[in-house]
Design a protein. Structure first.
Length: 70
C-alpha cells in the first residue's frame, strides 16, 4: 500500500472510535494475522511473548487508546 493516501489527508478508517476489542477480536484473528505474516516471509511467533506483542499491536492499530476518551 502506498502512503500517498495517508499523506494526502484522506479520512482514515482506523483506529475505530471505541474503547477496545469487541467480540470480533478473537484468538482466530490473531492466528490469521500471524499466518499472513509467516506467508509473507516473517518468522513464526516463537513464544507467548511474541503472541502477546502481536495481539497488543493489533489492539493498538484497531482501537483508540483509552486515554483518548474524555
Amino acid at each position: 500500500m502506498s502512503d500517498t493516501a495517508y499523506r494526502s489527508g484522506a479520512e482514515r478508517s482506523y483506529p475505530l472510535p471505541h474503547a477496545g476489542p469487541g467480540a470480533q477480536f478473537t484468538e482466530s484473528l490473531v492466528n490469521s494475522v500471524a499466518a499472513v505474516l509467516v506467508a509473507s516471509g516473517y518468522p513464526r511467533l516463537g513464544s507467548p511473548a511474541d503472541r502477546a506483542a502481536l495481539e497488543s499491536a493489533l489492539v493498538t492499530f484497531l482501537y483508540n487508546p483509552q486515554e483518548n476518551h474524555a
